[in-house]
Ligand binder design. Structure first.
Ligand SMILES: C[S@@+](CC[C@H](N)C(=O)[O-])C[C@H]1O[C@@H](n2cnc3c(N)ncnc32)[C@H](O)[C@@H]1O
Length: 244
């Protein structure tokens, strides 16, 4: 397992283009400081997602807070996977627990791949994802379904952005279940973006059958990005997985 600490720069032009394209299409994903606070408070009040899916209710506010941030993170992970030779434009991609689609958008925009299926359980997120695809003429397919029931193709690439954290929180008793399901979802290769502690556990579990490399990156934002995210940087950890 490799742990690479790296710094990369997120292009302001790239971020602005994505945000403006979505906003022009009537999809307001502009991040605001107050929406980050709101979403955290509402999530705290509503409890974890396992029993009742708060994404149905809070999909819009979640995306204002996280869509662009998760788009930036996914772009960096995808670019790293290309430079490692793990993935290429012609591959079949699944964006599992894809939400409104920041990772699908990143796969398409970063490397021009178009064979992408986004699978999302919550009706609220699914509707926003469909809306985005229609309004910006994106090439990917959006499916309303449960990733644990969904059959992915052999030789495909699973992109899994902040799905495991839903099930691996301290309060969740579903960790063993999720590991078995993860193996079923990850056919050949995968890019998992999540909190580092979750990636470490997942890599340990998958290590016998898969090569697993964890990367940590600090992404420096330009003026436009910094004005949206006052921190000026976005930190991301991701795991690149390939069957041995
Ligand atoms: C933290 S959000 C991340 C969304 C998106 N991937 C991103 O990076 O912004 C987790 C998403 O996983 C979805 N989800 C949770 N369990 C799921 C399941 N079993 N099948 C499909 N989607 C699921 C939730 O509805 C939610 O949209």
């Amino acid at each position: 397992m490799v742990n690479s600490k790296m710094v990369s720069i997120a292009s302001d032009i790239k971020i602005r283009n994505v945000v403006n394209g979505l906003v022009r299409a009537g999809i307001d994903v502009r991040p605001r400081v107050h929406s980050l606070t709101n979403v955290r408070n509402k999530i705290r009040r509503s409890g974890v997602c396992l029993g009742r899916c708060y994404y149905d209710e809070f999909a819009s506010i979640f995306n204002k807070a996280y869509f662009v941030k998760n788009y930036i993170k996914a772009s960096v992970a995808i670019e790293q996977a290309v430079s490692c030779g793990l993935i290429s434009k012609g591959d079949k991609y699944y964006d599992l627990g894809g939400g409104a689609g920041p990772a699908s958008l990143a796969i398409w925009r970063s490397i021009g791949a178009s064979n992408i299926t986004l699978v999302e359980k919550s009706r609220g997120q699914y509707i926003i994802a469909k809306d985005i695809v229609t309004k910006i003429s994106a090439p990917y397919l959006v499916v309303n379904g449960d990733v644990f029931q969904y059959k992915t193709q052999r030789d495909s690439v699973a992109v899994i952005s902040y799905l495991f954290c839903e099930y691996m929180s301290g309060r969740s008793n579903k960790k063993d279940v999720i590991f078995n399901k993860a193996v079923a979802m990850i056919k050949d290769r995968a890019i998992v973006i999540d909190y580092r502690c979750n990636l470490e556990v997942l890599a340990l579990y998958l290590g016998a059958a898969y090569d697993c490399d964890i990367f940590d990156k600090t992404i420096k934002l330009g003026d436009y990005g910094s004005s949206s995210y006052s921190e000026g940087v976005v930190n991301v950890s991701f795991l690149l997985i390939k069957r041995k």
